[in-house]
Design a protein around this ligand. Structure first.
Ligand SMILES: Nc1ncnc2c1ncn2[C@@H]1O[C@H](COP(=O)(O)OP(=O)(O)OP(=O)(O)O)[C@@H](O)[C@H]1O
Ligand SMILES: O=C([O-])CC(=O)C(=O)O
Ligand SMILES: [Ca+2]
Ligand SMILES: [Mn+2]
Length: 660
């Protein structure tokens, strides 16, 4: 048996080495747990403004919490089901984390006396990984280099350690890190703004929410002031875009280790040499998401603000810790830079490549199946969410994937399931306290549970993530909650433009704030929240590229069949996969097609393995009248949504819409 004494002798941890269970018992010798209390987990943190100087009231609150939590821990070890709710909650995460952290640091002290400093507010950690000239850049930006500890491109293990110590993260059985984003568990498109200034105004896309330069400066300063209150500030320098000709250098500066690890996974990781030669970034994200925006600042409508400034080449995040804002922020930057600076087309799509080199793009709004359907054992994965179509072919913008985890099943989605291991971050996923197995069925925190992992965790990823081939097939994924669109149809060139500009789908719950059930939406270019230019600029580029390459365009409905949401069911994944297989095998090239009424879609009359009543939605509806009414209702919605584009495109494209 080993007994260790903390430098601050209020806690003694007795680790019973002989016990096969390896249990740790925490024996309390005094009352104050404040010394080792990590920052609150997201769920708790949003109640307090910032984890700054500890007030007397705060200490007493922590003391009370600590007392409560210690009791839970003592009762819970070995008997973890005392409260099933607590076992799966972020609160429990924090409780368990606290006790384990305390225990683990005691172990360190025993094994390496005098070498390890235990307290989470340890101020001895060095600023490292930065060269002299980089340090000057930080001082110039307003960082207090005498106070904060910048950790640049810290190793994954250290980001784990810090997330565990300071943020209440835990390690899942598979080795992935489980962390929580607090109050916001999806993106906040209504709080995302683009600064209107001389560089952006010429290309202004009519779809962006504006912010003025002065307000940006105020928020930027607020973010940096907040970061200056932190002991640790994490920096990650990496690339966006796999094609060296078109990539940009991105710097992320964040207060949470979890955010640095997320971007470590989602950007393209530089080699040691590339890092040394990194120099001035092309774009910088200041992520102070733990701290709110001031609602009295001009134009702020909430405490959340995500803002992009093309002139300064900067993005500032306040009041949301949802990590997806950073990845989609860089995507917005690429939606501006790629067309304007390089003449390339940026795409909200996944991409994969068959054994014969043929490339497929899968466009689709959030939740329509880009990640799921691009993970295909027979095809190499180029990327799951953000791509660029250039003259050379297709390249991925990202170095990782951000997969939805709701209902994740090892058998149905093995590639994604197996990518969830050491280095991956599970976001807002609850877990079994006793086994540390993630619970993918639990949507208690959000439906939008996610995992971010480096792309090389997918066995058949194509690295570098690019293909020097023009796409042979483009697949539009739509999730039709009305259940009237066929599961697959072939689009001609005019229809391809019409459906791209319309961007019809249903928003699935969770990915955006405030969406509770599938909600029909027209999200132009299958990604309205991310585009910067006028939608018709992307649409006409796409049409030209598809025509030049002879690309075929398919519409696949991954949404409801046999009735609308509520009566029908989501098209079984195995059927959608069989349809995608039929596109790739060439089976559909030789199929017979029948044109549907109203939408004029060409639907294959037969596909191997797909029941006829799935292929033909009308056959699946028992109430034919209701089917017809629903079809016409949707057609009416299309016509209304397309009005704004009718002057922007040719009469042929307008005529490719539904006829009622
Ligand atoms: N027929 C189907 N086809 C595709 N996905 C389906 C189908 N039925 C159910 N699903 C589920 O729908 C979800 C699709 O999510 P996915 O992560 O693939 O979306 P995405 O397009 O990548 O979205 P995002 O841009 O938000 O990452 C998954 O949870 C998947 O299991
Ligand atoms: O951005 C996110 O949060 C997830 C995603 O890929 C999308 O919504 O398209
Ligand atoms: Ca995805
Ligand atoms: Mn996406």
């Amino acid at each position: 048996m080993l007994a260790a004494k903390h430098a601050n002798p209020r806690l003694v941890v007795v680790a019973s080495a002989s016990s096969s269970s390896g249990r740790l018992h925490v024996r309390d010798l005094a009352t104050t747990p404040g010394d080792f209390a990590p920052a609150a987990t997201g769920a708790q943190r949003h109640h307090s403004t910032l984890a700054g100087p500890t007030t007397a009231r705060e200490s007493s609150r922590r003391r009370e919490e600590g007392d409560k939590e210690r009791k839970v821990v003592q009762g819970a070890v070995g008997a973890p089901t005392a409260s099933p709710w607590l076992c799966n909650s972020p609160q429990m995460t924090r409780t368990v984390q606290k006790s384990l952290w305390a225990a683990a640091s005691q172990w360190d002290a025993v094994l390496r006396p005098g070498k390890v400093r235990n307290a989470p507010d340890d101020s001895s950690q060095p600023t490292y990984g930065l060269l002299g000239k980089d340090l000057a850049m930080f001082s110039e930006a307003g960082f207090d280099m005498d106070k904060i500890h910048l950790k640049r491109n810290a190793p994954v293990a250290q980001l784990y350690e810090d997330a565990i110590k300071y943020e209440g993260a835990v390690i899942a059985a598979s080795g992935a890190l489980i962390n929580f984003s607090g109050k916001k568990t999806g993106r906040s498109p209504k709080d995302k703004r683009i600064v209107y200034e001389e560089t952006s105004k010429d290309d202004w896309g009519a779809i962006n929410i504006q912010m003025d330069e002065h307000t940006f400066e105020i928020n930027r300063e607020r973010a940096i002031d907040y970061l200056n209150t932190r002991d640790n500030v994490y920096v990650f320098d990496g690339f966006a875009g796999w094609d060296p000709k078109y990539r940009i250098k991105v710097r992320v500066i964040a207060s949470r280790a979890y955010h640095a690890l997320f971007m470590h996974n989602m950007l393209i990781r530089p080699t040691a040499k590339e890092l040394e030669e990194f120099g001035t970034p092309d774009f910088t994200i200041y992520n102070a998401g733990q701290f709110p925006a001031n609602r009295f600042t001009a134009g702020m409508t909430s405490q959340t603000s995500v803002e992009v400034n093309f002139k300064r080449r900067e993005m500032v995040i306040l009041g949301t810790e949802y990590a997806g804002e950073m990845k989609k922020g860089i995507f917005s930057v690429m939606h501006y830079l790629q067309p304007v600076k390089f003449g390339n087309l940026s795409l909200h799509s996944s991409a994969n490549q068959g054994p014969d080199g043929d490339v497929s793009l899968f466009f689709g709004l959030s939740g329509t199946g880009k990640t799921t359907l691009s993970a295909d054992p027979r095809r190499a994965l180029i990327g799951d969410d953000e791509h660029v179509w250039s003259d050379n072919g297709v390249f991925n913008i990202e170095g990782g994937c951000y997969a939805k985890c709701v209902g994740l099943d090892a058998e149905k989605e093995p590639a994604i399931f197996n990518a969830i291991r050491f280095g991956s971050i599970l976001e807002n996923v609850t877990y079994d306290y006793a086994t540390r197995e993630p619970n993918y069925e639990d949507t208690g925190i959000t439906e939008n549970t996610r995992c971010a992992y480096p792309i090389e965790y997918i066995d058949n990823a194509k690295i570098p993530c690019m293909a020097n081939e023009q796409p042979k097939n483009v697949i539009y994924l739509t999730c039709d909650a009305f259940g009237v669109l066929p599961p697959v149809s072939l689009l001609d060139s005019n229809q391809a433009q019409y459906w791209f500009l319309s961007g019809y789908t249903s928003k699935t719950p969770g990915t955006e704030d405030g969406i509770a059930e599938p909600t029909p939406t027209f999200s132009t270019c299958f990604g309205a929240p991310f585009i910067i230019l006028h939608p018709s600029r992307y649409a006409s580029m796409l049409a030209k590229k598809m025509e030049a390459a002879g690309t075929r365009c398919w519409l696949i409905n991954t949404g409801w069949v046999g009735g609308a949401f509520g009566t029908g069911k989501r098209c079984p994944l195995k059927y959608t996969r069989a349809i995608v297989d039929a596109v790739h095998s060439g089976e559909l090239n030789n199929a017979d097609f029948k044109e549907t009424p109203v939408f004029g879609l060409k639907v294959p009359t037969k596909i191997e393995g797909i029941p006829d009543d799935v292929l033909n939605p009308e056959a699946a509806w028992s109430d034919k009248k209701a089917y017809q009414q629903t079809l016409e209702k949707l057609a009416g919605m299309f016509n209304k949504a397309f009005e704004r584009y009718s002057t922007e495109c040719s009469p042929e494209v307008v005529a490719a819409g539904p006829k009622i």
